[in-house]
Design a protein around this ligand. Structure first.
Ligand code: DC
Length: 230
């Protein structure tokens, strides 16, 4: 069967990674969560006291970029790849609300984006890949055969994120999560470099009222159409 590149973009907490993982498993493709890469850089900045609520030492982060080595290592017990930052498994650390609060600032730095986009493009040279993020269909793989753009209301997304964080034992309020979702939407869509926009040839899916199964079935049909067409 013909191998394609699938780009999944959209707002935070729209279930991009759930869909991307399902697709990768079904098609036996590689799944890449590019948000994890931006989160790992934000975590690096926190570890090195380059970012806090009051300051962001952007130039020092740019200088330190050559010290950052990101790698996905597949965990067969979990069934997906985990993020490693300089050989340390940071999968848990990068999912906290603290990292979520700083990541958009880090993701707005052009030098950070250039480094990560280059690595992402290398991962996609053999196709058979599902990649999710904000700029996959517009910047990373503008020629992807299938582009999906996912949306849902901010309240729906905040509730999903809140439930997830609570399950993990993270001590946050719904209001805090909603504010984070809305702040990130704003920053992701208003940054100068590669803002979150829908690609002209992307198919938009609003999943506020779709369950995971319905969504998966719809997208699988889209994949089949693309593969058949060629
Ligand atoms: O998908 P996520 O919520 O884990 O992404 C974390 C942040 O990283 C998000 O607020 C924006 C940024 N990001 C980006 O700018 N470009 C990408 N391709 C992926 C994520």
């Amino acid at each position: 069967m013909k191998k394609i590149t699938i780009a999944i973009d959209g707002f935070s907490s729209t279930g991009k990674s759930t869909l991307a993982k399902q697709l990768a498993k079904e098609l036996e493709y590689v799944y890449v969560d590019t948000g994890a890469m931006y989160r790992a850089v934000a975590y690096f900045a926190m570890q090195h006291s380059l970012i806090s609520a009051d300051f962001f030492k952007k130039d020092a982060l740019i200088e330190g970029l050559s010290d950052i080595r990101l790698e996905f290592r597949f965990n067969s017990d979990l069934g997906f790849a985990e993020m490693f930052l300089n050989d340390e498994n940071v999968e848990k650390q990068i999912r906290t609300i603290e990292v979520s609060n700083f990541v958009s600032k880090v993701a707005a730095v052009s030098e950070v984006r250039a480094k990560l986009v280059e690595q992402q493009q290398e991962m996609g040279t053999n196709k058979a890949i599902v990649m999710d993020g904000r700029d996959i269909g517009t910047v990373v793989f503008p020629n992807a055969e299938l582009k999906i753009f996912m949306t849902a209301s901010a309240e729906t997304r905040a509730q999903r994120r809140f439930d997830e964080l609570q399950q993990k034992g993270d001590n946050v309020t719904y209001e805090e999560v909603l504010k984070n979702v809305m702040d990130r939407d704003y920053m992701d869509t208003h940054r100068e470099d590669s803002p979150l926009v829908i690609a002209d040839d992307a198919i938009e899916i609003d999943n506020s009222y779709l369950n995971k199964e319905e969504q998966f079935a719809a997208v699988l049909e889209l994949v089949n159409d693309v593969v058949k067409l060629d």
